[in-house]
Every structure is written in C-alpha cells, then in structure tokens.
Write a protein that binds this ligand. Structure first.
Ligand SMILES: [Mg+2]
Length: 172
C-alpha cells in the first residue's frame, strides 16, 4: 500500500528534529502525531512563526510515535512511501525507529520522491496547495494530490516501488 508522508522539522546542522508527522494511506486512513521532544531553541524564526502556531499541542515521545506508525502500517507486507523533496522527512522518519537499518524489516529504505518523478516527466507544474500549508498532515494530503496528478500523466510510473536494502548484508 502507498503512504504519502510529510514531516515538519527543525533543520539545524547537525540535527533534523521532527516536530510533526503526517501520513495518508492509500485506503484513506490518516495518521498525525506531534513530538513532545522538540528542541525549539534551534528553531528558525520562520518555523516559530509558521509551523509552531499550527500545532495541536498534544505531543508525544518519539518512541510512542514510532509504535503508532508500526500499528498504522500493521498487516501491510509491502508499504511504499512517497514524499515531496522527502530527503529530510525520510531521515526524521527513519530516526523514529533508530536509523535506516532499524526500520521495520518490511519497510523500504527509500522514500520515493514526487519531485523526481515530475522531473522525469518534463517537470510539469504540480497542483497548487490550497488551504493549510506547512502542517504535516495537510502537506501529506497535498503530496497525494500531486501524486494523483502525475499518475494521470504516467499511470505506469505510479506503481513503482522501492525494493532491496542499501546494504543487504548489514546486520543491524
Ligand atoms: Mg510540510
């Protein structure tokens, strides 16, 4: 099953501190969680002014979030994750479980990138995001919209999935 993912985070060399996580599943279910462990002292003015006011304020420890993600994806033998410029999101997401090698074994180690797919297709203009922005669940919903748009241009490309592990012989 596909999952569209977005996180809000504080990027501050050399940390990526996850603030919130949104997931939209192909079957319509949605997941949203906020971290109670954010170090706001590293946040930019933009993050404090744009992201923080949109939070619901019911943060939970990262470990609790990771357990909830396991439940959310339970019984799915082959999850596929899609993000938009997801490099940082994927680091923040992977760290919920420890690291890349600690992801649940059936999770792919790679998040597919809407932007990369768009570039392959000549970089068409993606649907504009209306309403709430820079909120992880709202952005994850838009990522699905963007995927749906690209799927209309390239139905075969929409079914790609990440397989294999970066280091197949690595024992965590
Ligand atoms: Mg976002």
């Amino acid at each position: 099953m596909k999952y569209w993912i977005d996180t809000e985070f504080i990027e501050h060399p050399y940390t990526i501190d996850m603030i919130s996580l949104g997931l939209v599943a192909e079957d319509g279910r949605e997941f949203y969680a906020e971290s109670s462990e954010v170090d706001w002292s590293k946040a930019s003015r933009w993050t404090l002014q744009t992201v923080r006011p949109q939070l619901q304020g019911k943060g939970m420890p990262r470990e609790t979030i990771s357990n909830a993600v396991r439940l959310f994806t339970e019984h799915d033998p082959k999850p596929v994750f899609w993000g938009y410029f997801p490099a940082y999101d994927w680091v923040a997401f992977s760290w919920l479980f420890g690291g890349l090698a600690d992801l649940p074994f059936h999770f792919p180690q790679l998040c597919l990138d809407i932007k990369q797919w768009a570039i392959e297709l000549g970089d068409p203009e993606l649907p504009h995001q209306t309403g709430q922005r820079h909120h992880a669940l709202a952005d994850a919903r838009w990522t699905r919209q963007a995927w749906t748009f690209l799927c209309g241009l390239d139905p075969n490309g929409a079914e790609r999935c990440a397989t294999g592990r970066k280091n197949p012989d690595q024992v965590a």
